[in-house]
Design a protein around this ligand. Structure first.
Ligand code: NAD
Length: 478
């Protein structure tokens, strides 16, 4: 018997959770349920996190969390509970299988059967955002080596366990050479440890186009957080419906299972919603806690129900579907089919516990880090970069010179183009000349000179080399 935490969520959440629990309990799931309240009611009661401390205790104690979608109220500084939960609990891997159910659910891609493994904690979802000038705001994209190693290894281990043939990585490392570049590099490193599994890398734009057009060309896909968020919805939708896909959020200690879709408030309380996405999450949960026989029974009964043409409104289609049903009738139909298998769709067999035990990340020996320059970001309302260069060069020191000014990443000084549009946010790059050793006290002096010269410096970024390799990108056009 496993005790799990359940949150019924908002919108269609309670209906699809009731349907899901009814099915898995009827199939013999050996679970105790501890229910918590999270989401809209908690937010609106004044808790900006959408979850009370006691609810965290329950989740952390039970370690397995089945969660219905919740509504994050718009505006008002409410933090997404989904993102917070994933990060607090270290749920680094988000696994989203997207499979078509042709010919029973309408799709342009009858042979589609792919799994998106989305990095779940990093990237732009760190949520570190600042307004820096009147005109410019920024969001920090954080990608770490441990984050990359964990998710890429998870994707390969998952592929091996699920007897899949290929892992594809999507990044945009032709542009983001440091962040996406690290993800791609780690992918190439780890892929070598799995010679039995094919591997490939695509630039995300053409990769996404290929996935939307020919999804059967892919098997397991691994990618940073934002790309995975967007593309897993695309994949689920082109497989048939976002209402059909579930997701597992896996960490080293805890795991959370859910549908990929949201709380669909317009459909709430009408017994209309498709409970399949959450049910797919629950099947992944049962496999994760080792109740593979129950998972198999539920999945085969679900496939049989889809095959019987018993469909909720979102996948109902005259001609292919036989009976349009509501949420609870769909659940009853699945329960009636427990013990049966689909005849045209491929029945599943789940032989083993799906929980993967991966080695813990080992921190590498530190690299030799040398400070060789500093980028000073300046708020300046002028428009002529030559004029700005004249102003900021006053803060140069011996052997440490202004090398470049960029605006939104593009070099505007020296030798900029007059056509380049400039905002009030300028990056002034100071670099040590060869043979000059630069210390951090230079940066302190430089900032104090900024005050004296009335230069509005808004932030600095140190420029380092690591074992001699520059750890920063060049300006575009540099
Ligand atoms: P949504 O996924 O709730 O709905 C998008 C569309 O899909 C709607 O037209 C809806 O009718 C349909 N749909 C979704 N699930 C369905 C189902 N099970 N059966 C039938 N049709 C279904 O996305 P949204 O409207 O952008 O977001 C609504 C709310 O959900 C927002 O507050 C958002 O923050 C939240 N949300 C929560 C989660 C989560 O809790 N994991 C995820 C995404 C969005």
């Amino acid at each position: 018997m496993t005790t799990i935490t359940v949150a019924k969520g908002d919108g269609i959440g309670p209906e699809i959770m009731d349907a899901t629990l009814k099915i898995i309990l009827a199939a013999g799931a050996a679970i105790n349920i501890e229910e918590i309240t999270v989401g809209e009611a908690v937010y609106l009661a004044g808790n900006a996190a959408g979850i009370a401390p006691e609810a965290w205790e329950t989740i952390r104690r039970n370690k397995i969390f089945l969660k219905a979608p919740i509504t994050t109220p718009q505006g008002g500084g409410y933090k997404s509970l989904n993102v917070t939960t994933r990060k607090f609990l270290g749920l680094y891997s988000n696994v989203r299988p997207c499979m078509s159910l042709h010919p029973f659910v309408s799709t342009k891609h009858p042979a589609m059967d792919l799994v998106i493994v989305r990095e779940n904690e990093e990237d732009l979802y760190a949520g570190i955002e600042h307004q820096q000038t009147d005109e410019v705001v920024q969001c920090l994209k954080l990608i770490s080596r441990p984050g990359c190693e964990k998710i890429v290894r998870y994707a390969f281990e998952y592929a091996r366990q699920q007897v899949r043939k290929k892992v594809t990585c999507f990044t945009k490392d032709n542009i983001m050479k440091q962040t996406d570049g690290l993800f791609h590099r780690v992918f190439d490193e780890i892929a070598k440890e799995y010679p039995d599994i094919e591997n490939e890398h695509w630039i995300i734009d053409i990769g996404a186009a290929k996935m939307a057009d020919t999804p059967q060309a892919f098997d397991v896909l691994v990618m940073p957080n934002l790309y995975g968020d967007v593309l897993s919805d695309v994949a689920a939708q082109i497989a048939g419906s976002v209402g059909l896909a579930g997701s597992a959020n896996i960490g080293e200690e805890c795991a959370m299972f859910e549908a990929i879709h949201g709380s669909a408030p317009r459909r709430a309380g009408q017994n209309m919603a498709n409970p399949s996405g959450l049910l797919q999450g629950a099947v992944m949960m049962l496999n994760h806690i080792g109740q593979t026989d129950v998972a198999e029974k539920v999945q085969n009964a679900w496939l049989k129900t889809i095959e019987d043409g018993i469909h909720t409104y979102d996948i109902f289609k005259e001609g292919t579907s036989k009976l349009k049903v509501g949420t609870s009738e769909f659940a009853d139909a699945v329960i009636t089919n427990l013990g049966k298998k689909p005849s045209e769709l491929k029945p599943v067999t789940y032989a083993q516990n799906a929980a993967l035990t991966l080695p813990r990340y080992q921190r590498k020996p530190q690299l030799a880090k040398e400070l060789i320059g500093v980028d000073v970001f300046v708020h300046w309302s002028g428009s002529n970069p030559d004029e700005l260069a004249g102003i900021v060069s006053k803060i140069e020191a011996d052997g440490i010179k202004l090398k470049m000014i960029t605006n939104r990443g593009i070099k505007v000084w020296p030798d900029g183009f007059k056509e380049t549009f400039c905002t009030d946010h300028w990056r002034c790059r100071f670099q040590a000349e060869s043979g000059v050793t630069m210390s951090k006290s230079f940066i302190v002096e430089l900032l104090s000179k900024c005050i004296n010269e009335k230069i509005d410096s808004i932030k600095t970024e140190n420029l380092y080399t690591f074992d001699g390799t520059p750890g920063f990108s060049l300006g575009q056009g540099q």
